[in-house]
Design a protein around this ligand. Structure first.
Ligand code: HEC
Length: 154
C-alpha cells in the first residue's frame, strides 16, 4: 500500500515537472543562456573594437573571435532556452514568451547570427577591411533579435 502511494506520488511529481520548470532548473537555464550571450558579446566586442580602431588589428585574434562567436551562436538551444523561463516566470529573465510561441521566427533570428558569424570567420583574418565588411550583419543580427525577443530591463 505504502509502496503504491510512493509510486503514485513519484509519478505526480514527474508529471508536474513536465508542464512547469522548477524555479531552480529555470534559474540555472537563464544563467547558462546569459553566459552564452556574454560569450557572444565578448567576442563581438573584440571584432567591434578592431573595426572601430579602438584595438590594434590582429588577424589571429580576429579569426579566433569570429570562430568563438560562431560556436556560441551554434549551441543547441534545448537546454538553454527552456520553455517556462520567460520574463516574469523566472527572476533575471528578459526572454519574451514569444520565443516559445513563435519558435520559427526566433530560429530565423538565431540563424542570421550563425550566418553572419560564419561569413566573419572567412573574412576576419584577411585584413581590417574584410573584418569591417563583416561587422554590419553581426550588429544587425543582435539588434533584430533583441528588439523582437528581449523584454525591458528588470
Ligand atoms: C536570436 C536572438 C538573439 C540574438 C541573435 C542575440 N541575442 Fe542577445 N539576448 C537575446 C535574449 C532573448 C536575451 C535575454 C535573455 C534572458 O534574459 O533570458 C539576450 C541577452 C543578451 C545579453 C545580456 C546577457 C546577461 O548576462 O544578462 C547580452 C550582453 C547580449 N544578449 C548580447 C548580444 C550580442 C552582442 C549579440 C550579437 C552579436 C546578441 N546578443 C545576439 C536574444 C538574442
Amino acid at each position: 500500500m505504502k509502496k503504491t502511494t510512493a509510486i503514485v506520488l513519484g509519478l505526480c511529481t514527474s508529471l508536474a515537472a513536465g508542464v512547469a520548470v522548477s524555479q531552480e532548473a529555470g534559474s540555472a537555464a537563464v544563467e547558462a543562456r546569459h553566459h552564452q550571450m556574454e560569450m557572444i558579446a565578448y567576442n563581438t566586442g573584440i571584432l567591434g573594437g578592431m573595426a572601430k580602431g579602438e584595438m590594434d588589428y590582429n588577424a589571429e585574434m580576429a579569426t579566433s573571435a569570429a570562430t568563438n562567436l560562431h560556436a556560441m551562436a551554434m549551441l543547441d538551444r534545448a537546454t538553454l532556452w527552456v520553455e517556462g523561463t520567460e520574463q516574469g516566470a523566472v527572476e533575471g529573465s528578459r526572454a519574451k514568451a514569444e520565443i516559445w510561441s513563435d519558435p520559427e521566427t526566433f530560429d530565423a533570428k538565431f540563424k542570421a547570427l550563425q550566418d553572419a558569424s560564419a561569413a566573419m570567420m572567412e573574412v576576419a583574418g584577411t585584413d581590417l577591411d574584410g573584418l569591417k565588411g563583416g561587422m554590419g550583419a553581426i550588429g544587425k543580427a543582435c539588434g533584430d533579435c533583441h528588439d523582437t525577443f528581449r523584454g525591458p530591463r528588470n
